[in-house]
Design a protein around this ligand. Structure first.
Ligand SMILES: [Zn+2]
Length: 122
């Protein structure tokens, strides 16, 4: 029973890792823009270092702000859950706070299999 709970909490945590995979490249690119702009200013190429360096730093700062805004807007913590017994087999099932009834994954799979066999026979 604890194994089932662990599997279910893992499935809740999966969007959390997907979120990091999707925003990490954006963060990295904006950081590279910012550092590249500083590097262009540091090279002191006449005219071009100011002409290219300052806008690159500004773009990097803007993209960094947008990336952090995206990080803050999306939920960084897993959904708040409470555990209630499954309405079919009484196994403890985690569900979000706004829902009241719950059917565990195992019972759902059994129901889906039964529905498939009913459809085949029909
Ligand atoms: Zn169940």
């Amino acid at each position: 029973m604890t194994n089932e709970l662990n599997q279910q909490t893992k499935s809740v945590q999966q969007p959390f890792t997907e979120f990091f995979i999707s925003t990490l490249p954006a963060f990295f690119l904006s950081f590279v823009l910012f550092i590249g702009g500083i590097g262009l200013l540091y090279l002191r190429i006449p005219k071009w270092s100011l002409f290219l360096g300052v806008p690159t730093i500004q773009l990097g700062i803007i993209f960094l702000i947008l990336t952090f805004d995206k990080i803050i807007q999306s939920r960084t913590s897993p959904e708040r859950l409470h555990i209630i017994p499954c309405s079919i087999c009484n196994n403890p099932t985690p569900i979000s706070l706004d829902k009241k009834g719950a059917i565990c994954d195992i019972c759902r799979q059994k129901m889906a299999k039964k529905l498939k066999t009913v459809k085949k026979n029909y």
